[in-house]
Design a protein around this ligand. Structure first.
Ligand SMILES: NC(=O)c1ccc[n+]([C@@H]2O[C@H](COP(=O)([O-])OP(=O)(O)OC[C@H]3O[C@@H](n4cnc5c(N)ncnc54)[C@H](OP(=O)(O)O)[C@@H]3O)[C@@H](O)[C@H]2O)c1
Length: 222
């Protein structure tokens, strides 16, 4: 089951995959998880693996960015992820098997001046996923937070920094990030960070004071 808003893209992907069903839905809207569960029930389907991928960022100073868009970002990146997980987890626990891959980011590891709300949403996703990993691991459900660094997708365009030379130059291929995430989910890892530079960056908080770390992060983006 593939869920997003743009029907043409979804259907093209469903056709390419062959055994997928496209469902157009705005996951940021209240009640989205409920209508997905109703759709699943109507088709007699159960979710074995939930991938909470839908999300977006916004580049710019908090005060200058639109307030409603930033609230919508929290609703999608955090609210929808929690709601879908809460709706699908009971079935997984009953069946004593299941897997949840939550897409966080390397943004989860430090505050991000210049993308303040986005970084905070990803810190939420990481913390929530790690806690859930502990809560349900013994019930047969694997939970992994995938924390990619810059990756070639539409993310930069949506966030408002397409063309940022540094971002484009260091971006990974989405296929590689996906493969790494699925492997980590299969092997039951709580947190997966693709790429050596991203792994090292995520450890920076161990040897740099947080005050310096957040200044560096802000300087990189601004
Ligand atoms: N690319 C990066 O550098 C990077 C790095 C770290 C983490 N991430 C995370 O990776 C995840 C995927 O992003 P991406 O990089 O692949 O960006 P993307 O190319 O913009 O993809 C976002 C996906 O989410 C869907 N989506 C967005 N808003 C939605 C909504 N309201 N309801 C349902 N679906 C929605 C989009 O489809 P529609 O527009 O058709 O709805 C699209 O399929 C996000 O959580 C992002 O934060 C990205």
């Amino acid at each position: 089951m593939l869920v997003a808003r743009r029907r043409d893209k979804l259907e093209a992907l469903a056709n390419e995959l062959g055994n997928a069903r496209a469902v157009t839905l705005d996951l940021g809207q209240p009640g989205a998880a409920g209508s997905l569960m109703a759709d699943l029930a109507a088709h007699g389907e159960q979710v074995g693996t939930l991938i909470n991928n839908a999300g977006f960022g916004l580049f710019g100073k908090f005060v200058a960015l639109d307030g409603a868009r930033q609230r919508a970002m929290i609703d999608l990146n955090c609210g929808s992820l929690v709601e879908l997980t809460h709706a699908m987890l009971p079935g997984m626990i009953d069946r004593n098997t299941g897997a949840i891959l939550n897409i966080a980011s390397t943004a989860a590891f430090q505050p991000g001046p210049g993308m303040a709300v986005y970084f905070a949403t990803k810190a939420f996703v990481l913390s929530f996923s790690e806690a859930l990993h502990e809560e349900v691991g013994r019930k047969g459900v694997r939970v992994t937070a995938l924390c990619p660094g810059p990756t070639k997708t539409e993310f930069g365009e949506v966030a408002g920094f397409k063309g940022n030379g540094a971002f484009d130059k260091i971006s990974a291929r989405s296929e590689d990030v996906v493969a790494m995430g699925l492997k980590a989910l299969d092997s039951g890892r709580a947190v997966a960070i693709p790429g050596i530079a991203n792994k090292a960056g995520a450890q920076a908080h161990r040897f740099l004071p947080r005050a310096i770390l957040r200044k560096i992060t802000g300087a990189i983006k601004n």
